[in-house]
Every structure is written in structure tokens, then in C-alpha cells.
Design a protein around this ligand. Structure first.
Ligand SMILES: Nc1ncnc2c1ncn2[C@@H]1O[C@H](COP(=O)(O)OP(=O)(O)OP(=O)(O)O)[C@@H](O)[C@H]1O
Ligand SMILES: [Mg+2]
Length: 350
């Protein structure tokens, strides 16, 4: 048990990155839109948002709101190979029990829709698929075809915003079938407070203690209400408070901890940036990209050759990181860049 858990009598740290649909807050308009989408029998709904905005949590919370008589399945990732859709739908087919193959033989992608129809009867199947930006075009084409032939199937896809571009470029027919959308960005100030309070109370604490209203305000300003950033900041404050044995985390403590002194971003900072740096911020709005992806963007393609363009993009990114506008995250063997919590809010309101 961590020192602060003992200190505040918490069962566990309320601010870990664990997905806890029980403490889901905000995004109520988006949730209502997606739920009414299922209810009106929409085939496809799409939830997009940058990494850490809460897509996975949103899908899990949506699952909790569905009627138990429905067949609900969550996939952490879409299958890369199309034939894996058969495995995915296997539990539904068994569930129905009454099915007899019309022409005999094995279940294949070609008769799966028919098999699902006869298994589901009047029941509905709701499939929630996370991280759809990783799906292959072929696998998505099959899913589209399957949904065309299955009557009671509703599918919710969650993906990084870049998925919209993929759909536009390669999957026009798929895109046309998406009838409800939710774009997750960040929580409002009252929702950020609710976020803290619900987590602390869930772990056995009281309201927002040991934080104060002014701390919550400060954290909202600093993170722009971006869920994963909020968690990160609260965690580091908890660690610091435990090190110094402090039991109230107020503005005085933040000042002592040196957090408030940290540079604050303002809208002026963005408008005073050189044009190329601003272009990079625009490109990164709502996504994570590698230097190569950023370089290939048309707004930056006036360089003589790719090496010069890459070098120049690296310089721009370095300057933006120094300004705390952009941050770098490791992604497999490379790095990806994204807007910092602060820059994100400014770009949204700009
Ligand atoms: N609406 C919310 N209410 C409460 N907690 C949330 C909410 N949204 C996100 N969180 C918390 O913020 C963190 C990030 O959320 P989540 O993992 O769902 O984001 P994501 O968009 O799926 O990110 P990634 O693209 O990296 O998978 C999680 O720890 C989650 O518990
Ligand atoms: Mg996720």
C-alpha cells in the first residue's frame, strides 16, 4: 500500500490508468447519441478521439447501459485477418442454438450473415470494437458486407481521429453507412471536478479531499480537462504530497511543489508562433503522428527533398516541445508527436 493510500484511507489509488466504467463522467451528449443510435437500429456508429480522451472507457460505459437480453460483445482490437470474424461471432452462433446450415458444410464468411440471422432471431447483437484505426481495409470491407446481410447487428467503432481519413480515402461505402458519431475531446470544468470526486469516493474517500477547489481549478486549466492528463497530474501531486507528508493539496502546496511556476500557455503564445510551427500544431490537432507522417502533410511540402523536409520537421517539433506545446510518446520502435494538454485546449478554443 502506498503512503498516500494509508494517509487518506483509500482502498487504492483513485488515479491509475485502469479503465473503470463505474466512475465514468461527462460525455453525456455523446453517450445519448450513441445509445439512441442502437435503439433506432443503426448499423454503424463511430466514436473518435485522441489517445487518452476516453474512447475505451466510453465503450465500456456504453456496454453497461445496454439491455441484458441483447448479445453484447467488446473487442479490444479489430481482427486483422477477415476470416477471424467467424471466431468473433462464434459465441453468438452458439448462443442461438437453433441453427442448421442451409446448404450443409462449414461456417464461412460467405454464409456467416445467414447463420447469424437464424441464431439471433429477434435478438440484437451489439458489437463494440476498439482501436479500429488498426483494422485492415479488407477486414473492414468484410464487416460491412456482413452487416448488410445481418438484420439485428449494430456495430460501434472507436478509433483515433485519423481513422476518418482512412474511411474517406479507402472505404467510402463503409463511411456512408455510419449513422451516428461521437467525438470525444475533453471534460468541462464541472465534469473535471466530478471526475476527481467520483474516483476518490469510489476508493472510500470523501468528496475531493485532500484536494481543494482551487487545486481542481488549477488542474483543469493545466490539462484542459483531458482525462489521461488529469490522471497523470493528480498522480504526480499525490506522490509529491506523500513525500512531504502533506495532508491538504492546495494552491500553496502546488506553489511549493513548483507546479504553478511551470509555464502557462496562452492563446497569445500560439498566435505569436512562426507560421510553420503553427502549421505543425494544426496538423497534430486531435492526432498522434510520426515525423514522417507530419512531413508528408501538404502544408509542409515546399522543401527541396525529403531529407531536408524531415530535418526541418524535427527542428519545428523540437521548438514546439521546448514551448511545451507538443509532447513525444514512444510508439513501438518510433516516436509519435501530439499536442500537449494545454495546447490541445487552446487549439480547440482557437
Ligand atoms: N469519461 C470518463 N470518465 C472517467 N474516467 C475517464 C473518462 N474518460 C477517460 N477516463 C480515464 O482516462 C484514462 C484514459 O481513457 P481511455 O483509456 O478510455 O482513453 P482512450 O481514448 O481509449 O485512449 P487510447 O487511444 O490511448 O486507447 C483512463 O484511465 C480512463 O479511466
Ligand atoms: Mg483505448
Amino acid at each position: 500500500m502506498e503512503a498516500y493510500e494509508r494517509m487518506f484511507k483509500w482502498r487504492a489509488n483513485p488515479f491509475t490508468f485502469t479503465i473503470m466504467p463505474e466512475v465514468f463522467v461527462g460525455y453525456s451528449k455523446e453517450m445519448a447519441g450513441i445509445i439512441s443510435g442502437f435503439e433506432s437500429g443503426n448499423k454503424f456508429s463511430l466514436v473518435t478521439g485522441p489517445t487518452g480522451s476516453g474512447k475505451t472507457t466510453f465503450l465500456k460505459a456504453a456496454m453497461g447501459k445496454l439491455n441484458r437480453s441483447e448479445h453484447v460483445m467488446y473487442l479490444p482490437k479489430p481482427p486483422k485477418v477477415s476470416s477471424d470474424w467467424i471466431t468473433v461471432f462464434n459465441p453468438v452462433i452458439k448462443y442461438g442454438g437453433r441453427f442448421r446450415l442451409p446448404f450443409g458444410g462449414k461456417v464461412s464468411l460467405y454464409n456467416l450473415g445467414e447463420k447469424l440471422n437464424s441464431s439471433l432471431q429477434n435478438r440484437r447483437c451489439i458489437l463494440l470494437i476498439d482501436e479500429c484505426h488498426e483494422a485492415t481495409t479488407e477486414s473492414l470491407e468484410w464487416l460491412r458486407a456482413l452487416s448488410d446481410h445481418t438484420d439485428n447487428l449494430s456495430i460501434v467503432l472507436a478509433a483515433l481521429p485519423v481513422f476518418e481519413d482512412t474511411l474517406k480515402e479507402k472505404l467510402e461505402t463503409f463511411m456512408r453507412r455510419i449513422s451516428s458519431r461521437a467525438e470525444l475531446s475533453s471534460l468541462s470544468k464541472p465534469e473535471t471536478r466530478e471526475f476527481i470526486k467520483k474516483r476518490i469516493e469510489f476508493m472510500g474517500g470523501d468528496d475531493i479531499r485532500p484536494f481543494t477547489s482551487s487545486t481542481v481549478e488549477y488542474i483543469f486549466d493545466k490539462t484542459g480537462g483531458f482525462p489521461r492528463e488529469i490522471l497523470r497530474l493528480y498522480n504526480s501531486l499525490l506522490q509529491k504530497s506523500a513525500e512531504s507528508g502533506i495532508t491538504t493539496i492546495d494552491i500553496d502546496f502546488l506553489e511549493e511543489a513548483g507546479s504553478v511556476a511551470a509555464q502557462r500557455l496562452s492563446a497569445d503564445t500560439i498566435s505569436s508562433l512562426p507560421q510553420k510551427q503553427r502549421a505543425v500544431l494544426d496538423i497534430l490537432k486531435g492526432r498522434e503522428m510520426t515525423t514522417a507522417e507530419i512531413t508528408s502533410h501538404t502544408a509542409l511540402d515546399d522543401y527541396k527533398n525529403r531529407d531536408i523536409a524531415l530535418r526541418s520537421a524535427n527542428n519545428l517539433l523540437k521548438r514546439l516541445m521546448d514551448e511545451k506545446m507538443v509532447e513525444r510518446v514512444r510508439c513501438g520502435r518510433t516516436y509519435k508527436y501530439r499536442l500537449s494538454g494545454g495546447a490541445q485546449t487552446l487549439m480547440v478554443s482557437a
